[in-house]
Write a protein that binds this ligand. Structure first.
Ligand code: EPU
Length: 431
């Protein structure tokens, strides 16, 4: 397994191109199951999760082709992928595939809506918590599906098709909202989603579905209306830029110091995260090309944050921001409200010399003057990248093991940071 080796203490200066969003690309790719025509997605990031989902979709009968990179194109130019689900060859998503990537559970919605049946393995727990799918099942049942859970599988049938309904989510769920949007698009009649997730990735999916002929109104707000249609067609859609990748590099600049243009990053996708990173001591300005992030050598201020659904501070930036706070001048309080167990980075940050105390869903971070490089590893993607951020400002060398996790969600991280002056390299071999 590859490792990433970082020698801290080098400021970041230059340009980082922001890739297409992982968490938008995955549901968009799954939406290709809704139509027999070709869905072309542009700006798809080159990530392990995308490759895995292509394999999973292939199992259901989706053919794909990837456009080659044009001569002279930027090295990170994300790709266009053509996905065609001419015939669904299997409505069963086996455990071996779903267990590898939780989001693949979402295939249940298009398979059920198009084929009247789907049998999908329960995804099980993962490093960041139990992550149940009860609300996704509730949404499908409201739309008229008969759902049974048998031997670890969710078996849903709707032989006469799904029927529009009013669906109230007791809790904001991104996956629940994606699932309901896809299923209701092919249901008979009108669906109303109440307390829907408002994340930009939801809006991106709805925009793409509308290009495919769906009739969705209000995506990005808490109440969404969907008028079902008989069939969807192919479309062409560009995946929105990755707000979490942009926020991660903004935090990296705040940590290491320097001046970096995040090309393609959009302030409207980051909302409250920008305020929080600025309060910590970075300056973020909007330019025609993206977001420019600067920090001079001044000390970092402690900032209390609480994760919340969009437009609140994203849970997917919590670990990275905690890494930043390990060097703030004073105590910060970081509260995780979305996932109950998303603090695996705490132990590893401590190995670098951070002072963090956990009290339930709150981490109390007492900033230290200096972090010290050490070998570390993490068991999820955002936790891993938080260690990279800490390493950028640590004295000496840090080795981040299990780079597999980084490759799931960050396209060419070492090239992007290395291109801005970080001393970072990938070391292949045992890890
Ligand atoms: N929840 C339930 N029941 C459900 C569904 C969710 O109780 O049926 C709970 C979850 O356990 C959690 C909360 O509701 O406590 C929110 O979960 P949500 O459904 O919104 O999360 P998700 O759809 O599984 C997506 C992202 C995550 C991101 C969360 C929150 C993708 C592929 N995943 O997960 O991204 O953290 O939304 O914004 O879009 C990551 O990229 O590292 C990542 C984990």
């Amino acid at each position: 397994m590859d490792r990433i080796r970082i020698v801290g203490g080098h400021a970041l200066n230059g340009v980082i191109q922001i890739s297409g969003s992982k968490n938008a690309a995955l549901p968009l790719m799954i939406a290709s199951l809704l139509t027999r025509e070709t869905l072309t997605l542009e700006n798809v990031p080159g990530l392990a999760d995308v490759a895995m989902l292509l394999r999973i979709l292939g199992h259901h009968g989706v053919d794909h082709s990837v456009d080659g990179r044009r001569l002279g194109a930027a090295p990170y130019a994300s790709r266009a992928i053509h996905l065609t689900a001419g015939t669904i060859v299997d409505t069963l998503a086996p455990y071996e595939l779903v267990a590898k990537m939780r989001a693949s559970f979402w295939v249940i919605a298009p398979l059920l809506a198009r084929m009247g049946e789907a049998k999908v393995s329960l995804p099980g727990g993962c490093a960041i918590g139990t992550r149940p799918v009860d609300l996704l099942i509730m949404a499908l049942e409201k739309l008229g599906a008969k759902v049974e859970i048998e031997a670890g599988y969710v078996h849903a049938i709707a032989p006469n098709g799904l029927i529009g309904a009013e669906i109230h989510f007791p809790k904001v769920t991104v996956g629940g909202t994606h699932t309901a949007l896809m299923a209701a698009s092919l249901a008979h009649g009108h669906t109303l989603l109440v307390n829907a997730a408002r994340e930009p990735e939801i809006v991106d999916l709805a925009d793409c579905l509308n290009k495919m002929g769906a009739r969705i109104k209000g995506a990005g707000q808490s109440v969404v209306e969907i008028e079902g249609v008989g069939a969807l067609s192919g479309a062409r859609h560009a995946v929105l830029p990755d707000r979490i990748e942009a926020g991660t590099y903004a935090i990296a600049v705040a940590m290491a110091g320097g001046d970096v243009l995040l090309e393609g990053a959009r302030a409207d996708l980051l909302e409250s995260a920008i305020d929080v990173i600025e309060q910590a001591g970075a300056t973020i300005s909007v330019t025609n090309e993206g977001l420019r992030v600067r920090r001079n050598g001044a000390g970092l201020a402690p900032v209390d944050v609480e994760t919340a659904p969009f437009p609140g501070f994203p849970t997917d930036l919590q670990a990275q921001f905690m890494a930043l706070m390990t060097k703030a001048k004073g105590r910060s309080r970081i509260t995780e409200t979305i996932f109950e167990n998303r603090f695996m980075h705490v132990q590893e940050l401590a190995r670098l010399g951070a002072h963090i105390r956990l009290e339930g869903d709150v981490a109390l971070v007492d900033g230290v003057d200096e972090l010290q490089g050490a070998p570390v590893m993490a068991t999820d993607l955002r936790a891993s990248v938080s260690l990279v951020i800490a390493a950028l400002a640590a004295r000496g060398e840090t080795t981040v093991n299990r780079v597999y996790h980084l490759d799931r969600g960050f396209e060419r991280l070492e090239d992007k940071l290395g291109g801005c002056g970080a001393l970072i390299e990938r070391v292949s071999g045992a890890g």
